[in-house]
Design a protein around this ligand. Structure first.
Ligand code: FES
Length: 331
């Protein structure tokens, strides 16, 4: 079985919201690797965080032209990580080792994405509604939780917890049975549609519960999930959760809620509502053991209604085994 880092390094993961990366370089972390990301006129860059000269923190440096200048002795690195200037000896050749590890970086959907491997194994998720203006979208504050990225995605996919964990927000405790549903395996992910008998209102002052809500779940491996509610009180409501692994037991999740464009003047209401729901999830999730995403099916008992998170777990295990996500795995 491949190590956690080896299995997931070839994928794109978000490390920051776009709005967090301003003119200063920004610290980030992914799969145990400390990064610095910065933006120039030609795009975003990501390299190792600490200077090749004496280990200074490059987040304290400056973006100059197309490069990053260390604040300690002024060495300047290009976007490919190679040192291009050593001010203390401007006429001398630059040592070949004067370079930072550099990584693929991209900006899309309001996120800064990084891939640590030399070659990305898959493209970014295809989520045009996050950027085509067809919906109003709010980005929640980053969720820094002490759980694995895989556990986080499983919670998003877990329809059976809605009536239990989300009492008092949008879950309906009177509706606990989950009807049978199918899970479609795709080359890059999963899709399932589940008719949840009813959702309770999640917002203060909202009208009574909505009967028969269609939940459409989509997963893009390894850690991106989209959940669309239809119909809803607001006709259109979709959430996007992208868990970014810091380590095998800790992740940060970038989370968007999109809703009817006519409601874009009320972002605070949606942020408040989503955060209240997610806090209910966090209390349960951080107390789960093991924190790491289980790599087999022997330690937990699964039932039919768990099928979607279990299909997801199969895909993650396949990746750890170095197989396609839709390949059969033991268990
Ligand atoms: Fe960065 Fe010396 S430590 S230039």
């Amino acid at each position: 079985m491949r190590s956690y880092e080896e299995a997931f390094s070839p994928y794109w993961h978000p490390v920051a919201y776009s709005h967090e990366l301003k003119e200063r370089p920004l610290a980030a972390r992914l799969l145990g690797t400390e990064l610095v990301v910065w933006r120039t006129g030609s795009g975003v860059s990501a390299t190792q965080r600490y200077c090749a000269h004496r280990g200074a923190d490059l987040c304290a440096g400056d973006v100059v032209g197309e490069g990053l200048r260390c604040a300690f002795h002024g060495w300047t690195y290009g976007q490919d990580g190679r040192c291009v200037r050593i001010p203390s000896q401007p006429g001398a050749p630059i040592p070949s080792g004067a370079a930072l590890r550099s990584f693929h970086a991209a900006e899309r959907y309001g996120l800064i994405w990084v891939c640590l491997a030399p070659q990305p194994a898959a493209p970014l998720p295809h989520w045009p509604e996050l950027e085509d203006g067809s919906a109003a979208t709010v980005a929640l504050p980053r969720l820094d939780w002490n759980i694995s990225a895989g556990r986080m995605v499983e919670i998003v996919l877990d329809v059976t917890h809605l009536s239990w964990v989300h009492r008092g927000t949008f879950g309906n405790p009177e509706q606990q049975e989950v009807p049978p549903y199918e899970v479609e395996r795709r080359p890059d992910g999963l899709r399932a549609q589940i008719t949840y008998p009813a959702l309770a209102p999640g917002l203060e002052g909202a009208p009574p519960k909505v009967d028969k809500t269609m939940l459409t779940y989509e997963v893009v491996f390894p850690f991106a999930a989209r959940l669309a509610f239809k119909p809803t009180l607001f006709f259109k409501h979709t959430v996007f959760a992208i868990a970014s692994p810091w380590s095998e037991e800790k992740m940060q999740c970038f989370y968007f809620a999109s809703y009817h464009p006519g409601l874009r003047m009320f972002p605070d209401i949606f942020v408040k509502s989503e955060l209240a729901i997610l806090e209910q999830d966090r209390l349960v999730a951080e107390a789960q053991r093991p924190r790491a995403h289980p790599l087999d099916f022997s330690g937990e008992v699964h039932v039919r209604a768990d099928r979607l998170p279990i299909e997801y777990r199969r895909g993650v295990i396949a990746l750890r085994l170095g197989r396609p996500v839709d390949a059969p795995v033991p268990g």
